[in-house]
Design a protein around this ligand. Sequence first.
Ligand code: AMP
Length: 338
Amino acid sequence: MVTIATLGSHCALQVLKGAKDEGFRTLVVTQKRREKFYRRFKFIDDFLVLDKFADITKPKNIAFLKKRGSIIIPHGTLISEVGIEKVENELDVSIFGNRHILRWEADRELKDRLTREANLRSPKTFSSPDKIDRLVIAKLPGAKGGLGYFLANDEKSYWKNVKELQKKGIIDKKTPIFIQEYVVGVPVYFQYFYSPLKKELEFFGIDRRYETTVDGIGRIPAEHQKGLLPSYIVVGNIPLVLRESLLEEAYQMGERFVKAVEKHVPPGMIGPFCIEGIYNGDAEFVTFEYSARIVAGTNLYIAGSPYFSLIYDEPMSMGRRIAREIKDAKKSLNKLLT
Ligand code: AMP
């Protein structure tokens, strides 16, 4: 028996709906307070109810998942709530995708390295605040939706913000802060799926994020904007299609990324990933982030995406695409067994 399992958050609904559409049993790992919410959805067969997500690695929970032949679909909440150490060393359950690349996503320095290896144009990074010579964005570790990010244009404004965050208890003296050039332009998020079975890159869709308060500041007059600190907490996603003349480059970037992962993070890219960046004033794409797993922006396209409609003649969400790959892999294996 194979059960497709995921943490109840982020993109769980489309992952489990897609898995059900492909004929799998489904399981949600949910926190007690969200159990009632997930029980609304009939395509979820099994529930593992926990006080907190980090408890997933307790032996009895691992046994529960293993007994059902679970394959976990990792997403941002697995990284932010369970943590990379536990995912690597204690989560003794199959994960769809390359478990090792999750570290390359969680660790900013590694992330930066892979971006460069994939030859993706990237913003300048600053090793210490005294080197800041332009507008920068300072980022905290983990995929927590941009909570606590701040802008600064010199060392003084950097420390002012750091003190503020320390006072609020969001960071402490040891929190590593990643300082990156702020790219002015429009943010765009490219969503891909790499199929190791077909050895093919599929372009799925594009979104942009709706972030508070940064997307709200433009709604008030400039005189009232002064002194307001933008925050970058994602509250939702907005669909986007690209000028067709820019699409080819989006494919090329995805292909270079897959190649870099193959070289540096064996066994290479498996399944969904996202390249995140900004088209600057010269309409050049500058990559500031990637996610080496499904992103929540794919929730936009549960009934199929504009670009998957060009590949598939049926509604194909990212969740369903993942389940399809697992199903195809099972079929190939069955062909070898008698
Ligand atoms: P991240 O957590 O890196 O995805 O960033 C959260 C948000 O911060 C993004 O969606 C952007 O709005 C913004 N952002 C991150 N990095 C940059 C950058 N280098 N330049 C401009 N905006 C950025």
